[in-house]
Design a binder for this molecule. Structure first.
Ligand code: AMP
Length: 444
């Protein structure tokens, strides 16, 4: 399968060759022809599968056909749950569209409205936005969505998790009914399908099913440790290979800041990324991490969502997530694009119950090994009465719904699986119970 055979224009093929992309990923191969044909699309794919190009390439092709926008009205709207994801999509559109005359801009909170208004006034083809700030512009009448021909909802399941449904509904009311809608979601849980059915027209489906061998791509390690010794153990693990780019997860924003201070005092180059940081600080931290100016990025779950960092060799859970499913999101940051990844969790006795949930979810034995010198005074408990930490920033969610998205099954995430497309039938690779209820609205 080649990009040529998907019907892409020479200017795009040139840009792809310059990016070094040899062939389409499964979600690209499945989606691009359907989007070019004008179908609505429901695609099950998460970050790391090449999904951005799956919508960006055909979108650019369609927009380039008619020449640059002469009016103020954007012709395409891409909605994402986080600012980082919006910025990444913008970067990708720039890369793929470098030989075309298609303009794009991002609209998200945390930065001034003024420059955004100026860009919108001058006229732009594609707006990539987070829902909250988009609504601000709609209210101030600084953005007219009546010319939108293509609407993309990226990470639709995350948007619902983050409480964006009311905003989505308002935005859907402001774009024309006659349009093409592309929805990308890691899962096709019932509420995603219900949402899709409300505003899509006969959507085609594309899903990327990971092969069963996924677990070999990411190795999972649990190191039991007393809570008081976690920071030292983290330092020990990091010192095993100090050149490795490592993403460290902290359950709380305050904990992330404290950890960065500790690592810096210990001589490591680190930065934190979480919702209390200014947009500038977050952008800088991510850029510094990508360019290896810092080697450790400490993140909270929401801030890390959707971040694309190429081939991250290691993810460390300084704290286990309160919801087992978030473990899968976290380790989805490693072992990408066929490269091997390592997921290390530092687990204290009070987190035993969380570890138990994760092991159950992964249906997979995670190696639990003591690190000499860091053996805990109280061993982990993996029986039914295993303790859990007191609820902090995030609340555990009760079992509530059945999820039919098979993509994350098996405990590891593999970016390029098999794609299948259909006219709308059931596509899931398996059933898995998810433990969640809607998260409070959050601006990541
Ligand atoms: P995404 O799922 O859109 O976040 O993409 C994940 C990563 O895969 C990004 O770094 C892309 O640049 C890269 N990528 C996307 N498509 C291809 C492709 N066909 N070949 C190689 N890399 C790709």
């Amino acid at each position: 399968m080649s990009f040529e055979s998907l019907g892409l224009a020479p200017a795009l093929l040139r840009a792809l060759a310059e990016q070094g992309y040899a062939e389409p990923t499964p979600v690209q191969a499945g989606s691009i022809p359907l989007v070019l044909e004008g179908h609505d699309l429901l695609a099950a794919a998460q970050t790391g599968t090449g999904k951005t190009a799956a919508f960006a390439l055909p979108l650019l092709q369609k927009l380039s056909g008619a020449g640059p926008t002469m009016t103020r009205r954007p012709r395409a709207l891409v909605l994402t749950p986080t600012r980082e994801l919006a910025a990444q999509i913008h970067d990708n559109l720039r890369d793929y569209g470098k030989h075309l005359r298609v303009s794009a801009t991002t609209i998200f909170g945390g930065v001034g409205m003024g420059p955004q208004i100026n860009v919108l006034r001058r006229g732009v083809d594609v707006v990539i936005a987070t829902p909250g700030r988009l609504i601000d512009h709609m209210q101030q009448r600084t953005l007219d969505l009546s010319g939108v021909e293509t609407l993309v909802l990226d990470e639709a399941d995350r948007m619902l998790d983050m409480g964006f449904l009311p905003a989505l509904k308002r935005i859907l009311g402001a774009v024309p009914k006659q349009r093409q809608t592309l929805l990308f979601s890691a899962t096709f849980a019932p509420e995603i399908k219900a949402l899709a059915m409300q505003f899509m027209r006969a959507p085609r489906e594309v899903s990327v099913t990971p092969p069963n061998s996924v677990a070999t791509l990411v190795s999972h390690h649990v190191h039991p440790v007393d809570a008081a010794n976690k920071r030292e153990l983290l330092l020990h693990v990091l010192s095993q290979d100090s050149r490795r780019q490592t993403l460290v997860f902290s359950r709380t924003k305050h904990g992330a800041d404290k950890l960065v201070k500790y690592l810096e005092v210990s001589g490591l180059r680190a930065a934190a990324i979480h919702g209390n940081k200014s947009q500038n600080a977050r952008t800088k931290a991510l850029a510094d991490f990508k360019s290896s100016r810092i080697t450790v990025l400490v993140a909270t779950d929401i801030a890390a969502r959707g971040i694309d960092i190429d081939q991250l060799p290691m993810v460390i859970n300084f704290d286990l997530p309160m919801v087992a499913e978030d473990y899968v999101h976290r380790i989805g940051r490693t072992g990408r694009a066929g490269s091997e990844g390592k997921a290390v969790s530092l687990v204290s006795h009070d987190e035993s119950g969380l570890l138990r949930d994760i092991r159950k979810l992964l249906k997979d034995e995670i190696a639990i090994d003591n690190v000499p010198g860091f053996e805990p005074s109280t061993p982990l408990r993996l029986d039914a009465g295993a303790p859990r930490p007191k609820q902090g920033q995030r609340q555990p969610r009760p079992p509530q719904r059945q999820n039919t998205g098979g993509q994350r099954q098996g405990g590891a995430h593999r970016p390029h699986g098999h794609a299948s497309s259909s006219g709308g039938g059931e596509h899931a690779a398996g059933n898995r119970k998810r433990h969640r209820r809607p998260r409070p609205a959050a601006k990541a």
